[in-house]
Design a protein around this ligand. Structure first.
Ligand code: DAK
Length: 258
C-alpha cells in the first residue's frame, strides 16, 4: 500500500529520501507514520540499488514528537502492547547509512527519530529537545540513552530534566549534529553527502556502520530496557494525563506527583 503520511523520492543516484508529511500537525509521529517509515526502510534494506537514505521533515519542521492526540487516548495496557516499539526497533536495525536533515523542531520522539539516523545535518533554525518531562513522562524511544551517548551526561540531564531545547549551533557544538547549515541548505547538503556515500563500496559501508554502532550497542540494550519500563510506569500516572490535557488546553500543567 502506498504510504499516506510520508513521501518517498529518489533525489540522486542510489539515494532515497523520506519526507515526513503532516505539516499541519508539525509532523507529529502517529503510529501509522512510524510504521510507514519502518516499512520504507525495510524495503530499502532489500533493494540493492539503494545505497543511502535521507530522512527529513522538510524545510520548516522535522517532527514535534509522538502524536499527542493519539497518545492521549492510550492506557498503560495499550503501551505494553504498543506496535510503536516494534517500529522503532525496525528503524534502529536499518543496515544502510541514514542521514537526518533537521530543520525546525525535532522534539521528543522527533529528536529520538533524528538520533536513530547515523548522521544529523542541522539547520541553523533547528531546535532539538526532549520535552517529555512537561507531560509527566520521559523519553520512550531511546532518548535517555542515545542523547547521553551523543552529548554526555551533564547536557543530556539538562535537556531531559528541564525540557529545554538546543539550537542547531548548540547541537553541532555538543556533537549531536555532524554539520550545521543554513536552513535552505540542510536537505541539499544531506542529499549530497548521501550521494557521496552511495558511491562507496556497499559492503565496506555496511560493515563500517555496523562497527561504529558496536561502540555503543552493548550498553544501549540495558539502558533501553530500563527506559521502556520507566516510560510504561509513568504512563499510568495522573501527572501524565494532566500534562497532555494542559498541552491541548494551552495552559500550564499542575503536577501533583500522583
Ligand atoms: N501531537 C499532536 N499534535 C501536535 C503536536 C504533537 N506532538 N505538536 C503540535 N501539534 C499540533 C498542535 O496541536 C496544533 O494543532 P491545531 O491546534 O492547529 O489543530 C498544530 O500542531 C500546530 O501546533 P502549535 O500551534 O503548537 O505550533 P507552534 O509552531 O506554535 O509550536 C511546537 C510548535 C512543536 C513547539 C509545539 O506544537 C509543541 O510544543 N508541540 C508538542 C511537543 C511535544 O511535547 N511533543 C511530544 C513529546 S512526547 C513511545 C515512545 C516514545 C514516545 C511515545 C511513545 N512508545 C514506545 C510507546 C514519545 C513521546 C513524545 O514524543
Amino acid at each position: 500500500m502506498a504510504p499516506t503520511q510520508i513521501r518517498i523520492d529518489a533525489p540522486a543516484d542510489g539515494v532515497r529520501r523520506i519526507t515526513l508529511n503532516r505539516p499541519e500537525a508539525r509532523n507529529a509521529l502517529t503510529t501509522t507514520m512510524l510504521g510507514e517509515i519502518a516499512a520504507a526502510l525495510a524495503a530499502f534494506a532489500e533493494e540493492e540499488e539503494v545505497r543511502a537514505v535521507v530522512l527529513t521533515g522538510g524545510e520548516k519542521v522535522f517532527a514535534a514528537g509522538a502524536d499527542l492526540r493519539e497518545m492521549a487516548e492510550k492506557t498503560v495496557v495499550d503501551v505494553l502492547d504498543d506496535p510503536r516499539a516494534g517500529h522503532w526497533r525496525a528503524i534502529a536495525r536499518f543496515p544502510k547509512p541514514l542521514i537526518a536533515a533537521v530543520n525546525g523542531y525535532a522534539l521528543g520522539g522527533g529528536c529520538e527519530l533524528a538520533m536513530h539516523a547515523d548522521i544529523i545535518i542541522a539547520g541553523r533554525g533547528a531546535r532539538f529537545g526532549q520535552p517529555e518531562v512537561n507531560l509527566g513522562i520521559i523519553p520512550g524511544a531511546g532518548g535517555t540513552q542515545r542523547l547521553t551517548q551523543l552529548v554526555g551526561k551533564s547536557l543530556a540531564m539538562k535537556l531531559v530534566l528541564s525540557g529545554e531545547f538546543l539550537s542547531g549551533e548548540e547541537a553541532l557544538r555538543a556533537g549531536l549534529a555532524a554539520e550545521l547549515t543554513e536552513d535552505a541548505e540542510t536537505i541539499p547538503r544531506a542529499v549530497e553527502l548521501a550521494a557521496r556515500i552511495a558511491e562507496k563500496p556497499p559492503l565496506a559501508v555496511r560493515l563500517a556502520k555496523e562497527a561504529v554502532r558496536q561502540a555503543s550497542e552493548a550498553l544501549l540494550a540495558q539502558g533501553l530496557a530500563f527506559e521502556r519500563k520507566a516510560f510504561t510506569i509513568l504512563f499510568a500516572t495522573e501527572d501524565r494525563r494532566e500534562g497532555v490535557a494542559a498541552f491541548f488546553e494551552k495552559r500550564k500543567p499542575v503536577f501533583r506527583g500522583r
